[in-house]
Design a protein around this ligand. Structure first.
Ligand code: FAD
Length: 604
């Protein structure tokens, strides 16, 4: 420590014993009384007090819901060839490529399938026999007159929360929400729906961003929040078994007391369910360190479309007996089964945590810094996020809770790095060497390092507030793409140029901001295009251009949000016709009647 202090003029007061004490809270380490206060020569590294912004989150606020967007999958022909300066579509295409493109452009408007039954009062009476409490049924369908009904109809507005998504972009017209509390109840509901050809949509916390969790038409909503029990936690192995409707943040708080943490973290953690996370194969902020749910989920309990309960709720780390069927349900977005139970391995909670934000002058610098951060802090790195100045400005102007700007000037790019480990001295030392190197080499223009929990939360707020602030500013066309890291920002610049060429970009115009941010460490770019309304004219400028661009650089049109309704016809940009064919066969195998989450994912 002495060496670092002298080299970087650090001040430290805490004893090693204080620093090493294990704390249950994720960010408790940042409360160490003697957290280092860094000041690196000539630059404002780091000791400015940051705003007391705390991640109260708990429940994600819904942005303004005043405008209504009617979903249409129709979109105009691409003007790509004239407006795409860097990525060009080849003139000669292979038959496979042509087939892919044909699929992408099969843009038939979704229509309600008359294969599915209309819900009647008699159906609701049947559900009332399965669900013991009247509060488990919410319906606008009145009981038949004269019947001794066990339920009452409610005003349609009471179903709004379930029929509309977080962005208020997708709007269903379901007349019935069922709220089972046990796997058996889910199974009985599905048996009935299967026998009557009733289409259903599984719904978790309804924080999905691709329209997957709300009905397209009048599908019955099965809301899984009633399945919210923790079944077991093995403190030696760190394996958690719980109901699918448990809220991610509640689970994290529960196991924090035992020194563990959930292997995933996302801005919607206060509302999203672990079942929804598994169904969407959510990525989030810890993906870089702990990897995909495909690796962390050990077992699942699933109710199949015909009501069969498939119990694969294993807690084994190793099990090579046959096909690993649970993997099919991870990322299946409620199209082949309803997840009712989850077994997941959780990592130890780190006792030392550091968060820093650097300001940079170019996207090249972002990439260079990423390389340096991996080189110096690879094994303790838990997040590497980037955001551009537009995102920063949007947060400063529109975030609900004030998020303090810790810098003296605005910069074109920012990166947030988080390190977490079990030895604070070790981590501090590594970070110290990194910071000195970055400053001496002129790779960063400025930087701030959190000194306590409040500041740590304040720095995270700069990044995590972007989706919410964009939603406050206007209607957001969200794109969640993965691609080679060196291509990521080129797309943001191309999109801005494209809007400029159409004369719709700028203050007072249709498109107010094009924000680029995301998980650099995972090659995952989020482009949020903030418009005055969900206008088809704007959508047609964006699509299919953005998907073709991504496909040309061999990226994925959905890095982590899934396909849902938004991208049900877009899968061909990222998957071959053969793969799609086999996906359709899998859907057909589990759900031959197609009653589970129809019209979405892969349109069959
Ligand atoms: C502010 C904000 C930040 C976000 N950040 C991230 C992020 O960093 N990374 C990321 O990946 N996502 C992110 N998301 C998207 C979203 O939070 C995730 O997709 C999340 O996993 C959805 O969980 P949910 O419980 O809300 O599911 P819902 O929105 O209710 O449903 C999503 C899909 O899963 C299906 N489903 C839900 N529960 C079940 C179940 N039990 N069984 C079967 N199918 C089910 C639904 O039918 C639907 O298709 C963010 C969203 C918001 C609003």
């Amino acid at each position: 420590m002495t060496r670092i202090v002298s080299r970087a003029r650090c001040i430290t007061t805490s004893s090693r014993a204080e620093k090493m004490s294990a704390r249950p809270d994720r960010h408790e380490a940042a409360r160490e009384p003697g957290r280092k206060l860094l000041q690196v020569a000539g630059l404002s590294f780091f000791q400015r007090p940051l705003l007391a912004w705390r991640r109260k989150s708990r429940h994600v606020a819904f942005p303004d819901q005043s405008r209504v967007y009617r979903y249409t999958s129709a979109s105009s022909a691409s003007t790509h060839s004239t407006l795409g300066p860097r990525i060009t579509v080849p003139a000669q295409r292979s038959p496979r490529r042509q087939a892919q493109l044909a699929l992408r452009r099969s843009l038939a408007t979704v229509a309600r399938s008359d294969v599915f039954a209309n819900i009647s009062a008699a159906d609701i009476e049947a559900f009332a026999k399965i669900l013991p409490s009247p509060s488990q049924i919410l319906t606008t369908i009145s009981p038949e007159s004269g019947s001794a009904a066990s339920y009452q109809a409610v005003d349609p507005s009471e179903l709004d929360t379930f029929n509309n998504d977080w962005m208020n972009k997708y709007h269903g017209k379901s007349q019935l929400v069922l709220k089972p509390k046990t796997t058996k109840e889910v199974s009985e509901i599905m048996k009935y729906c299967h026998s009557k050809n009733i289409a259903v949509v599984p719904q978790g916390g309804n924080t999905g961003l691709v329209g997957g969790g709300v009905p397209v038409f009048d599908e019955v909503i099965i809301q899984l929040g009633g399945l919210n029990q923790i079944r077991s936690f093995d403190e030696v192995a760190g394996t958690l078994v719980c109901d699918a409707g448990c809220i991610l943040e509640s689970l994290d708080n529960h196991i924090a007391e035992k020194g563990y943490m959930m292997p995933l973290d996302l801005g919607a953690k206060g509302s999203c369910h672990i079942g929804g996370n598994v169904a969407t194969n959510a990525g989030g902020l810890r993906f870089l360190r702990y990897g995909s749910l495909h690796g962390n989920v050990l077992g699942l309990e699933v109710v199949l479309p015909d009501g069969t309960v498939m119990d694969n709720l294993s807690t084994l780390r190793k099990d090579n007996t046959g096909f690993d069927l649970k993997q099919l349900f991870i990322g299946s977005e409620g199209t082949i089964g309803l997840i009712t139970g989850v077994s997941i391995v959780t990592p130890r909670r780190p006792s030392a945590m550091n968060v820093a934000v650097f300001a940079l002058d170019s996207y090249e610098a972002v990439q260079t810094v990423f390389g340096q951060v991996k080189k110096h802090c690879g094994e303790i790195l838990s997040a590497f996020e980037f955001f551009d100045q537009t995102s920063f400005d949007v947060v400063q102007k529109h975030a609900t809770a004030h998020v303090r700007d810790p810098f003296e000037a605005r910069h074109p790019f920012y990166v947030l790095i988080e390190t977490s480990g079990s030895n604070k001295d070790h981590d501090d030392e590594k970070l110290q060497v990194l910071l000195e190197h970055l400053m001496e080499e002129g790779m960063i223009q400025d930087g701030v390092l959190a000194q306590d929990e409040t500041q740590l939360q304040g720095l995270w707020a700069l990044r995590e507030s972007i989706p919410e602030a964009a939603g406050k500013m206007g209607k957001v066309f969200k794109y969640d793409l993965s691609m080679p890291i060196n291509k990521m920002y080129e797309l943001v610049l191309d999109m801005r140029k494209r809007f400029d060429e159409h004369g719709v970009h700028g203050e007072g115009k249709d498109v107010g901001a094009v924000c680029g941010y995301g998980h650099i460490g995972d090659g995952n770019l989020h482009i949020n295009i903030v418009a005055k309304s969900y206008d088809e004219k704007i959508e047609n400028i964006i699509e299919p251009y953005i998907y073709e661009w991504t496909s040309e650089v061999k990226g994925s049109v959905s890095a982590e949000h899934g396909l849902g309704l938004m991208k049900a016809t877009k899968i061909g940009y990222s998957k071959t016709p053969e793969s799609i064919e086999y996906m359709k066969k899998i859907k057909d195998l589990f759900d031959p009647k197609g009653i589970l989450n129809p019209y979405k994912y892969i349109q069959v």
